[in-house]
Design a protein around this ligand. Structure first.
Ligand code: PGA
Length: 263
């Protein structure tokens, strides 16, 4: 089964509405053109929540719509007294994707896998596509506990997810020691982890879901290393952070495209 390659950009807390719309207006035609020439590619951008509506308006003025929009964060409840939060239905009005379980949400804002699980279920209920982040920290990595940590994060975050839902998931494997450090994982180790994740999926959800699952690598992805990651059999794309708010994001997409890889 041929899976699409997803090139995703997590802008984190960078680019407010004004800067975000200017940036998107500039890079969008280039992103659309690359995807038009290689329909095997897709792209998702995750601007800050406060910029989603303006970015969406800019995207709607484009004659071609190949880039999808995602929220970096949401709460699981329908509505109510949850100051500062956005509900799944609110996110759905603007976005097709939602990023869940990013390590910055886990470590800085104390999100647990149990909480992330409620959000994953809420995303599916509202027809949003969750992109679930998992990853081990440096100590866990040094102790050889990476697989164990990832397996536990997946088990808890995906509790009560059914086989059909599981098949639609995108998992971003993002080792914490590689995020924002300019020290990306080597492609082979990332590929091995992606293989491990797909094998776990096979056991939990069966062959069809395991074949459909998209697994991305994230952590210091740039246009210089993207080709190595996506050449791994079990890696179906990347989630870029720092590079996604620069012109390098266009170069990442280009280097992931057929034309970029032929060079
Ligand atoms: P980075 O971030 O590319 O800046 O390392 C990746 C991420 O946190 O999603």
């Amino acid at each position: 089964m041929k899976r699409t390659t997803i090139i995703a950009g997590n802008w984190k807390m960078n680019l407010g509405p004004d800067e975000a719309s200017r940036f998107v207006a500039r890079i969008l035609p280039q992103l659309n053109q690359i995807i038009e020439e290689d329909t095997h590619l897709t792209s998702v951008i995750f601007p800050p929540t406060i910029a989603l509506a303006t970015v969406r308006s800019v995207m709607q003025t484009s004659p071609t719509q190949h880039v999808e929009l995602g929220a970096q964060h949401m709460y699981f409840a329908e509505k109510g007294a949850f100051t500062g939060e956005s509900s799944p239905a609110m996110v759905k009005q603007l976005c097709s994707y939602v990023l869940l379980g990013h390590s910055e949400r886990r470590t800085i804002f104390g999100e647990t896998s149990q909480l992330i699980n409620r959000k994953v279920l809420a995303a599916y209920e509202h027809g949003l596509k969750p992109m679930l982040c998992v990853g081990e920290n440096l100590t866990q990595h040094a102790n050889g506990a990476s697989q164990e940590v990832i397996a536990e994060q997946l088990r808890t975050s995906l509790a009560a997810v059914n086989v059909e839902e599981a098949a639609q998931l995108t998992i971003a494997y993002e080792p914490l020691w590689a995020i924002g450090t300019r020290k990306a994982s080597d492609a082979l180790s990332a590929g091995n982890m992606a293989h491990f994740i797909r094998a776990l999926y096979m056991t939990s959800y069966g062959q069809t879901a395991a074949d459909a699952l998209h697994i991305l690598y994230g952590g210091s992805v740039t246009s210089a290393n993207v080709a190595g990651f996506i050449s791994q059999a079990d890696i179906d794309g990347v989630l870029a952070g720092g590079a996604s708010v620069t012109d390098d994001f266009v170069a990442i997409l280009h280097n992931a495209s057929k034309r970029g890889r032929e060079r």
